[in-house]
Write a protein that binds this ligand. Structure first.
Ligand code: CP
Length: 323
């Protein structure tokens, strides 16, 4: 059987170049206006979550690390806007398991997709990916470094619950050393004059680089190891985090700190009315289940906000006007 080509094929056609800034790699790449634009678009998508804005587009989700919320909300965002989704949730089901390099994987997937959402255990992996392709890269978490789309939904959640992003008193609790969500959030909040309270065991202290960042940006912060009502009662946002077993190279250290903090409902009796509890999730033991009954628990709505923010981010990466 012979196939007749009706039209001459052009081999290696010049791919349209994406303009600079079409990647979503780090909060440090964003201006205050970029952040506000994403949040405004997210507010639009909260009202209009379904449309055909991405019809004909293909979104790739490459997850080299486990995920529930981030991957599924990016995929839901794509589906709700009419795109198709390809990808993998387990690198063992991809040719990575045969030894294919990240560079080759990204170059291959760039042949198929209009935008690539990727999570990787190596810090800098998303930045590296953006340097080997013209297809927009969205960082869905790179090691202990950055989780910028999580930061957008965290900011959106703060804005929704507090009515403002300005002058927030925020307490971050738990794994501040390896926690990429708190690292990104500290940098993003720097535009809004926050007051930070960092609560962590010495082993998991907020890294020097982020404390220095606060100093150079004239941001108030204090640090302590004790987690009790005295700090809860004066804060607007209580940002709990999981002690991340998978980040420890010495599991004896993990054993020392794994259950160090646990928020219980009784600890909220003297909290401010506007206090809301955020957590990027998953939780392990750091928020007791009785807290879920409190009207201050906001972590499940926070995760839902991720859908709207990720719809906004994908559209922005593809240059699609919203609203
Ligand atoms: N918050 C977050 O990144 O959750 P997942 O690991 O489930 O994606």
């Amino acid at each position: 059987m012979h196939f007749v080509l009706k039209k001459k094929l052009s081999l290696n056609p010049e791919k349209p170049k994406q303009s600079m800034g079409n990647n979503f790699i780090s909060v440090t790449d964003l201006t205050k206006q970029d952040i506000l634009d994403v949040l405004n678009d997210a507010a639009y998508f909260e009202q209009h979550p379904n449309s055909n804005l991405l019809q004909g587009k293909v979104v790739a989700t490459l997850f080299f690390e486990p995920s529930t919320r981030t991957r599924l909300s990016f995929e839901t965002a794509s589906n709700r806007l009419g795109a198709r989704v390809i990808g993998f949730s387990d690198p063992n089901s991809s040719s990575t398991s045969k030894g294919e390099t990240l560079k080759d994987t990204i170059k291959m997937v760039s042949n198929y997709a209009d935008v690539i959402v990727m999570r990787h255990y190596l810090e800098g992996a998303a930045r590296y990916a953006s340097e080997v392709t013209d297809v927009p890269i969205i960082n869905a978490g790179d090691g202990a470094n950055q989780h910028p789309s999580q930061t957008m939904l965290d900011l959106y959640s703060i804005w929704k619950t507090q009515g403002t992003l300005d002058n927030i008193d925020i307490t971050m609790v738990g794994d501040l050393k390896y926690g990429r969500t708190v690292h990104s959030l500290v940098q993003a909040l720097s535009f809004f004059n926050p007051r930070f309270h960092f609560i962590a065991p010495d082993l998991l202290r907020m890294p020097h680089g982020y404390r220095d960042f606060c100093k150079t940006h004239n941001l108030y912060y204090d640090e302590q190891e004790t987690f009790d009502e005295s700090v809860i009662n004066s804060t607007d946002i209580l940002y709990m985090t999981r002690i991340q077993r998978e980040r420890f190279s010495d599991l004896r250290e993990y054993e020392q700190v794994k259950n160090i903090y646990c928020l219980r409902k009784s600890m909220l009796d003297g909290a401010k009315d506007n206090l809301r509890i955020l957590h990027p999730l998953p939780r392990v033991n750091e928020i007791a289940y009785d807290v879920d009954e409190s009207d201050k628990a906001y972590y499940f709505q926070q995760a839902q906000n991720g859908l709207y923010c990720r719809e906004a981010i994908i559209c922005r990466m593809l240059g699609i006007k919203v609203g």
